[in-house]
Design a protein around this ligand. Sequence first.
Ligand code: PGA
Length: 254
Amino acid sequence: MNGRRPLLAANWKMNKTRAQARNFVEIVRQVVSPFPQAETCICPPFTALGAVNEGIRGSGIALGAQDLYWEKEGAYTGEISGPMLAECGCEYVLVGHSERRQLFGETIADTARKTRAAWDAGLVPILCVGESFEQRRSGETERVIETHVLEGTAKLSAGEVGKLVIAYEPIWAIGTGLPATSEEAQRISALIRGLAGGRFGDPVAAGLRILYGGSVKAANAAEFLGQADVDGALVGGASLDPTEFSKIVAAAKV
Ligand code: PGA
């Protein structure tokens, strides 16, 4: 036992209305609540945060957001701050998801600011890192992971990193139905833990939770969760179906 509680996080991306979110939570909370061994977190779109927050009350399921802006308030049309998310009941927030980086031009420096802002608002950042297909093909995976991990955590103290969540999400595995192998997920998770240990000390690295994300589904979840350095999963497509997602959470129990 390493003392790290597995975390299964649902990233709905730009999916589900409030009504659909309510329906999902009603089903999932019945299945998931009796499994205290694992922690479950749902990250709906901003518009459904309230509906999910109401639905999960008393279930032990946590609420997360998919992004935040690093300023607390001001003239930033369209943006949402950490304190606003905390007020909505969020405990977690995704930071630096590859879709933010690839489609919306988010840089590593932005990610580092957002990670800092999340902690300042009392939110646990789920820092997403991962290489593209081209980077992988040209042998740059390790270098990319090192940059994402060390620069993404540059504004955090050692104590904060010990409570952080890092999600290894190879871009080529996201939404493709072609996940990394569990050996690859383990290898990169161990690399991430080693990087954190080198920068912040081994006791800090030992507390850090590392998730795998990229085409996780009920049929392959247990294999990833069985790896020594993989402490959970960040699930996109398969998290939209309540039965499928419940099975993924249940996989953490065995
Ligand atoms: P996927 O997405 O499970 O649909 O591959 C994972 C993610 O982007 O977080």
